[in-house]
Design a protein. Sequence first.
Length: 511
Amino acid sequence: MTARPRVRSLRTRLLLYITATLVVVCAAMALTTVFAQRAYLLDNLDDRVGDAAERSLGGASIHPTLDTNLGFLHENGQPAGMLAARLDDKGAIVAGALVGQDKAPLALTAAQRGALAGIATDGSKHTRTVPGLGAYRVTALDDNGVRVLAGLPMDDVQDMISGLVLVEAGVAAAGLTVAGVVSAVVIRRQLRPLGRVAATAVEISRIPLDRGEVTGLTRVPSRDTDAGSEAGQVGAALNRMIDHVESSLAERRRSEEQVRSSEERMRRFLADASHELRTPLASIAGYAELMNLGTDRIEPVLAWRRVSAESARMTGLVEGLLLLARLDEGRPLESGEVDLAAVVAEALWDARAAGGGHDWQLVLSLDDAPAAVAGDEARLHQVVANLLANARMHTPVGTTVVAEVEATAERCVIRVRDDGPGIPPELLPRVFERFTRADTSRSRAPGGAGGSGLGLAIAVAIVRAHGGRIDVDSVPGRTEFTVELSPASRATATGLQPAGDQVVRTRRASV
């Protein structure tokens, strides 16, 4: 298995790419400059070669019959290093010489003449390397059978091009060095935010997210979350991911706590329900056992009364549990238009009959509107009865219990308040939970039987099934339960809304 090549860092790759790009650009610019300059110099040299060839042809035309005459090379103005030759009709060199510096022309050798052979007399320019002399730019002309070849050295052009290449190479090397250093510094500075983002990600990866409480995760600094830069976009995205992770962990923690709480409530509910059912069953079994032992141990009538009472208690408990189960399943209730004032008044009369030692009062606050809601009258009566029974059982004799009905166009409210000792603060948050009892905290009416702890739970379940809400506010000397429901439609049932000026405004009555 071949080893994978080591991946270079982003900083190194950027520097290599930038340097390679600059090298290519500099090379292209240098080559373009060299070729352009060389073309310009060659054009200039070709013009001079053409002029020299025309002067030579003019000199040779004076003596057209003398094929070997090179006297025109002795004329003034001939540049040093120029070579010239006379050609025959086949293009072969008959005579040729090289113009020297302040000395007579030198005849070309056979090798030099061979290097210049084969040039057409059409005026085109050619580059030939002449042995012992170097590169020459030559051309040949023909005028009425007089054929002349002339050429000038290319040393100046080549020296200038070589110097230009050296200068451009030096400038390019210096420029690339400076550009590389500047690019390295700029890349390092620009990638610092990305490094800080990576450091934040590494720090997050080291946190044990699978256990314990995870809060206050490190975030990318705000300076590194600018959406105008790529690093800032990465930083902002990482912060959003951290927020999502933190919220997901918090939600998972809440879900786990809810599951644990639900399991705990279920265990407590089963234990309480089992205890509540076991007590009447034990009483019934005990009285049945006494009856089996004979009538001399207990009066049959008393035993029958106690068995009936415990059976009724157990039946009420089971019916309460069944009602809560049906409400939890979301089963629909009966729906009709209900007059809350009548429901509260009837429940108050029933409470007075059960607890005559309390002061029971009814207050109606009807704002030009009947206290009519859409719902199940029997269940709403059960809500009010449970609230009044709760006040009766958990307050001493002589306590004033007020049931108030308030109706406006926007809402219908039932308030049940008393001036008893109040609900203990530690019990208040879970007062609506099932099997919650305050037997040890609030006084009971003498001879009153303790409840099962389902009354308020049933009340809140029924109110929520009607789309309403129920709240409690309790301090020593004042405990108030508030039930808020939405009013029924404007089409009211007969008898709910009095006619003419008989609308009930506010009435306070003792019953």
